[in-house]
Write a protein that binds this ligand. Structure first.
Ligand SMILES: [Ca+2]
Ligand SMILES: [Ca+2]
Length: 98
């Protein structure tokens, strides 16, 4: 396996170990970014702060914007964008098991 592929695999492993990409992703309910058990305006605020931020592979290294918040990356694609906002909106008001 080429070095670049290993870096991508390692980045994905980090995301998986952090809970991102696992069933239920990293928040319960999905969209509960601050992990208080409910998807509400506080989560919307956190996502807004991270909106437009991303991680990318540059010169074989994972480089993330300072504002990138992995908790807000609800679909685990290394960018906080409208897809994540759609997920949050779809789950807005959901209550978890905490
Ligand atoms: Ca919350
Ligand atoms: Ca995303």
């Amino acid at each position: 396996m080429k070095t670049g592929v290993w870096i991508i695999v390692a980045a994905m492993a980090i995301m998986l170990l952090s809970g991102c990409g696992t069933p239920g992703c990293m928040t319960d309910p999905l969209g509960d970014i601050n992990e208080d058990g409910v998807v509400d305006i506080l989560d919307f605020s956190l996502m807004s702060a991270a909106y437009g931020c991303r991680c990318q592979i540059l010169d074989r290294e994972l480089v993330c914007d300072v504002c990138y918040d992995i908790r807000a990356d609800l679909n685990c694609d290394m960018r906080i964008d409208s897809d994540d906002m759609d997920i949050l909106q779809a789950n807005y008001g959901a209550i978890g098991c905490k």
